[in-house]
Design a protein around this ligand. Structure first.
Ligand SMILES: [Zn+2]
Length: 880
């Protein structure tokens, strides 16, 4: 091995200097080869003396071997072992995960750099926000600073290779004695997050180990690998709802300010072996071009090193675009971070896959057919692909990243400062987004202000007028513009003709629309600017209890958090009534649907906790009222893990609904009415509900790997019958988005989905905000504005017909008459198909009730403006 490498050096010398040199080199080899051997031996003795075991030595099995996987606890224990034995690595705990594990980050650099960690954090922070610094001061920080480089792994827990690779990478970095590694650690502070989703890593490795050696080896698990959001854990990076996203966002935008962030992923098994940037089209409008230039440079360096080491199948400019800001490193684009992504072909966890050459396929943007092309010059020919291969590809890419960030340390640091100042100059001094604290839903307004602040945005507060102010002129101004503005999807064409490049994910994320918050752009004169100060935790709305009454209280239904109060009151056996008409009290007008509470303890504390303004009443309101009773709530949880189920569960728990999950077995075998009053079917397809199998996409193979029998199957005929009986006998069934098709097909209701057979060329709406009108006089619409942006990402539009006399039917939400009024933000094809169609419907069904919510009312816990349709539907089911 050693001789061969020195031999290579000889060949290189020969081409450069000719025959003489070769003769000399051979002599050199003969003479100093032994010396080199001794040197290398010496190094390994030093490494051994440092007492740092390799990952395989420490864990007692060969890391990277087939069917051997280190789980997250082992990974953390190994990093801790390295930190005990070396001053080049520290382990930080960023916070607890959803299930209470430690989310850790290893910090690796030279001993000297780690000793001065806070100094380098400070420099990184100043370069990320260089306002007030002179050019000389910026240059001084560029000279002294280090590249802060974050590498995050395994946010998608089945994408397992990177968690194994970082063990070897960390060992190699802290034990290496060669000049190049030392130089890299002197220039770079490397932050490694071995898993952005530790709970899922543990869950998936446990599932894998349980079935290894059986026919289910390497198969998928029936559970979401993040307790609530599954794969969507990488769709949460601007809304910051989950603990992991919050903890990492704090480390990135409030502590470390990395200039470069690589997120390591895996993709399918039958395409290219690795994707490295440059990215595919379309490109995000608001990102500084310097981001792309450094992304392209580092990505190309990765590809170069991979080719050099004979790794085939490297692709760029395909599949992964930069249009959407929801993913980890991608959110950073708008905050001047050089965000990189690698995607490596997958195995079945620790089990190798054998890919026949005829199975290799493209079919994606940038690689329509699997064959050699300019962005894919060296296709992988097929064969066996193991977790070791994933690790090797990732390791080369990761080392290339470190190399590039060493070589370009000064460019990266000065680039960040340039981008930050350019962003500041894009805004206008004195220009702000103003969010009044007192508006329809003050809690959503506060949430918007605080979530921007948590994301690193500068948010100010004017106490005198109670308003949040976000300056347009600030380093993260591009992010602010993206999140608070409207989206118009950039229509990029790859060839002449009608077809545009389709979006990778959703196309709208206008937070003010999704959250139902009124935001206006204002310009303040200088003297008014001085009233603004930094937003503080204590600026969160406090709530109040006014009025004379001490045992009966009224509160408007407009604030989402009133739902929490209702659920809390019911839990403590209080009385909850909803007004059937407008009522005036304490100088305020309370519209229909306002909440009247009796027998509720600690009302002041609850008002504070939920930020609600209540009025105490001396007497019972003399208006018609409907009583919300106690209820037993269940939600179907299919064996094909559903992210919408997880998100819905998360949102309902946040709003204090007492929720139980109902399994497929329960629905098949039990009398549901004896356990539940209200049942929700989340956004799951008819095929998954009835058969337990996903409907294959157009052109997709109809082949499913078997699941263990206890996790197989759908609710079948028996389950359908039980659900029907449940509703007929007085239960309430709420179907969300695609589950509406199940109800329409299986229950005899006067509704059809006119888009159920539409092809994507006729109607396409991959995730946009569409205008809808709401019937706020129906209990399901209580507290809602008359017009809302609804989040639509599926082919659903209801055509109703007048029902038979024994059935009552209400159109709860409907689309405008004119197609041009429909789109509010994002992109849609075939909007005219929605004209005069319904988006949500309620009806009676024998003694029970059915609610069809034909769009994503709680999309990824972001669309606060339409949460109420779900909340109210549940309470309507409990209304006597
Ligand atoms: Zn992934």
């Amino acid at each position: 091995m050693i001789t061969r490498e020195i031999g290579l050096a000889v060949r290189l010398h020969k081409t450069t200097f000719g025959g003489h040199t070769m003769h000399f080199s051979l002599l050199f080899l003969r003479r100093f080869g032994v010396l080199a051997m001794l040197l290398i031996l010496g190094c390994s003795i030093i490494a051994a003396q440092s007492n740092l075991p390799t990952p395989s030595q420490f864990l007692g099995f060969e890391v990277g071997a087939d069917r051997q996987l280190a789980d997250y606890k082992q990974i953390v224990s190994y990093f801790s072992e390295l930190a005990k034995g070396s001053k080049k690595i520290e382990v930080e705990v960023l916070g607890p995960t959803t299930l209470g594990n430690d989310l850790v980050m290893a910090v690796i650099s030279s001993e000297e750099n780690l000793k001065n960690k806070s100094k380098y954090q400070d420099i990184a922070r100043k370069l990320a926000d260089p306002r007030g610094l002179s050019q000389q001061e910026i240059q001084a920080f560029v000279n002294q600073g280090k590249s802060i480089v974050l590498v995050s792994c395994n946010i998608h827990s089945t994408e397992i290779g990177s968690t194994q690779m970082v063990l070897e990478w960390a060992h190699s970095l802290v034990t290496a004695e060669d000049a190049e590694t030392k130089r890299r650690l002197e220039n770079v502070i490397l932050l490694i997050i071995p898993s952005l989703n530790p709970d899922g890593q543990l869950m998936e490795v446990e599932w894998y180990r349980k079935y290894v050696g059986t026919k289910y080896e390497g198969g998928r698990s029936p559970f979401l690998y993040h307790a609530y959001v599954g794969h969507d854990d990488n769709r949460d990076w601007y809304m910051l709802t989950q603990k992991e996203t919050k903890a990492v966002t704090k480390a990135v935008y409030h502590e470390w300010y990395p200039q470069v962030w690589l997120d390591e992923h895996q993709m399918g098994s039958t395409g290219p072996r690795i994707f490295t940037p440059p990215y595919a089209n379309p490109v995000a409008e608001n990102v500084h071009p310097l981001v792309w230039r450094m992304v392209d440079h580092i990505g190309t360096m990765m590809a170069w090193r991979l080719e050099e080491k004979k790794k085939s199948g490297v692709i760029y400019g395909a599949m992964y675009d930069t249009y959407w800001p929801g993913a980890s490193d991608q959110t950073g684009f708008w905050k001047n971070i050089v965000g990189l992504l690698t995607e490596v072909a997958s195995t079945r966890m620790g089990t190798p896959v054998e890919v026949s050459p005829i199975e290799l396929s493209g079919g994606t943007k940038g690689l329509v057919e699997y064959k050699q092309q300019s962005n894919f010059p060296n296709p992988w020919p097929g064969g066996i692909w193991r977790v070791r291969d994933i690790m090797d590809y990732e390791r080369i890419a990761s080392d290339a990243l470190l190399e590039a960030c060493t070589k370009h340390r000064e460019d990266i640091l000065s680039g960040v400062a340039t981008m930050a100042m350019d962003a500041v100059n894009l805004g206008s001094p004195g220009e702000y987004y103003r969010i009044a604290a007192e508006q329809r839903d003050p809690v959503s307004a506060a949430h918007l202000a605080f979530v921007m602040k948590d994301g690193g945005v500068e948010v100010l507060f004017a106490a005198s007028e109670k308003a949040y102010y976000i300056p347009t002129a600030q380093p993260y101004g591009r992010f602010v513009k993206e999140m608070l503005g409207l989206q118009r999807y950039p229509k990029v064409k790859l060839v002449a003709g009608p077809n545009i490049v389709q979006p990778y994910d959703m196309t709208a994320w206008s937070l003010p629309l999704m959250m139902g918050v009124n935001v206006e752009k204002v310009t303040l004169p200088k003297e008014k600017q001085s009233n603004l100060r930094e937003l503080k935790e204590s600026d969160w709305p406090q709530g109040s209890v006014t009025g004379a009454g001490t045992s009966r209280f009224i509160v408007s239904h407009e604030v989402n958090s009133v739902t929490k109060l209702i659920n809390n009151a019911l839990k403590q056996k209080g009385t909850v009534n909803l007004t059937g008409e407008t009522y005036r009290a304490g100088g305020k007008e309370f519209p229909r649907g306002s909440v009247v509470l009796e027998n509720v303890k600690d009302i002041d504390a609850l008002a504070k906790e939920y930020s609600l303004d209540l009025v105490g009443l001396n007497e019972k309101p003399n208006v018609k009222m409907e009583k919300v009773g106690e209820f037993r709530l269940g939600m179907y949880k299919p064996w094909v893990a559903s992210m919408d189920e997880g998100w819905t569960r998360w949102v309902l728990e946040q709003y204090e609904f007492p929720l139980k999950s109902i399994t497929t077995k329960d629905i098949k075998e039990r009398k549901l009415g004896s356990d539940y009053d209200v049942i929700i079917i989340p956004d799951v397809s008819k095929e998954v509900i009835v058969e337990g199998k996903r409907k294959p996409e157009e052109g997709e193979m109809k082949y499913f790997v078997d699941m263990p029998p206890e996790y197989s199957g759908g609710i079948g005929k028996d389950g359908v019958k039980n659900l029907k009986e449940f509703v007929e006998q007085g239960g309430t069934l709420i179907a969300m988005a695609s589950a509406c098709d199940f109800v329409i097909d299986e229950f005899n209701v006067p509704v059809m989905n006119v888009l159920s057979r539409a092809r994507s060329e006729e109607f396409n709406c991959p995730g946009s905000l569409l205008r809808m009108y709401i019937d706020a006089s129906h209990p399901v619409g209580y507290g809602m504005p008359p017009e809302v942006p609804g989040f639509v990402n599926q082919r659903i539009a209801f055509q109703t017909t007048p029902p038979a006399p024994e059935m009552k039917r209400w159109v709860l939400a409907w689309y405008p008459n004119e197609s041009e009024d429909i789109l509010m933000s994002g992109w849609i094809l075939g909007a005219e198909k929605l004209q005069r169609k319904a988006a949500a419907i309620a009806m009676t069904y024998s003694k029970g009730k059915i609610v069809l919510l034909g769009f994503r009312v709680q999309q990824r816990a972001q669309t606060e403006v339409t949460f109420k349709l779900l909340f109210n539907a549940i309470h309507w089911g409990a209304t006597k």
